[in-house]
Design a protein around this ligand. Structure first.
Ligand SMILES: Cc1cc2nc3c(=O)[nH]c(=O)nc-3n(C[C@H](O)[C@H](O)[C@H](O)COP(=O)(O)O)c2cc1C
Length: 238
């Protein structure tokens, strides 16, 4: 299974059955998480796989399993978590296991470590077909998310985001590298989306990494161009 193929057919799954996953399957998910490439190798993160009894949520649906995700409370932590766990989302869906990021959930009992709770990802089996065709994605056009039309950004365009807000914008540099920016939300939306949109940026970068595994490099450009209405998040090569 190639994770980059899943980018074009994944979707958030909110309809689960109660089928138990084998210990072997759960172990393989844990092994994948433990070995996934982070965006910031020095930022600590951790997780716990729990069932719905340890999840407080206002959602009107439940999943049989949840990954409760923790991270070191520092700048870029949210982007790092988006980057790591979007690879997990693709891994799950590539193994015919539905998944959905859940911003509006909290653990009932927090894992006992010094990290901050960040977000949850629901997962489990569904009776429905969990994949869809690329033309069913509801997304902005490539023109709307970049200063130049560029097919290489299509994988980022298809990335999931909180409330489908798609807060990313890309610009091109003369040396074939790119900059990624995050939309500044208005004061009302900012209260809900500020942290979640930082996760979204990591998610878009994960798609760019998975589709360009051998060439992807992420870095900070101190001389980045300021863009009105956007926050600079980083630069990359693909
Ligand atoms: C950071 C983040 C938080 C999200 N939180 C929720 C949530 O609390 N409840 C929910 O049903 N979906 C949630 N989603 C799923 C998005 O609504 C979904 O990704 C988006 O609408 C695009 O749809 P798709 O994933 O099917 O392509 C979240 C997604 C992300 C990336």
């Amino acid at each position: 299974m190639h994770l980059d193929d899943i980018i074009y057919k994944r979707q958030s799954i909110r309809n689960y059955n109660n089928q138990k996953l084998s210990d072997e399957c759960i172990n393989s998910i844990e092994e994948f998480i433990d070995n996934v490439k982070p965006l910031y190798p020095n930022i600590k993160s951790d997780y716990e796989i729990v069932d719905s009894s340890n999840v407080k949520t206002i959602m009107n649906w439940k999943a049989p399993y949840y990954i409760q995700i923790y991270g070191q409370d520092t700048e870029n932590c949210f982007k790092n978590i988006g980057f790591i766990y979007q690879q997990v989302d693709l891994y799950l869906q590539g193994n015919d296991i539905g998944s959905c990021w859940v911003g509006v959930a909290k653990p009932r009992k927090y894992k006992d470590d010094n990290l901050k709770y960040i977000i949850t990802m629901a997962f489990g089996k569904s009776d429905e077909d969990i994949s869809r065709s690329t033309d069913e994605f509801k997304r902005k056009s490539l023109d709307e998310i970049s200063n130049n039309y560029d097919d290489k950004l299509n994988v980022a365009r298809l990335a999931p985001s909180a409330m489908n807000s798609q807060p990313w914008y890309f610009t091109h540099n003369n040396d074939d590298t790119y900059n990624i920016y995050r939309k500044k939300q208005n004061i009302i939306k900012r209260r809900i989306l500020d942290k979640l949109n930082q996760i979204d940026i990591g998610i878009a970068l994960a798609h760019l990494y998975v589709a360009n595994r051998d060439s992807f490099e992420y870095f900070t450009n101190k001389d980045y161009e300021k863009l009105d209405g956007y926050i600079y998040e980083g630069s990359f090569k693909i």
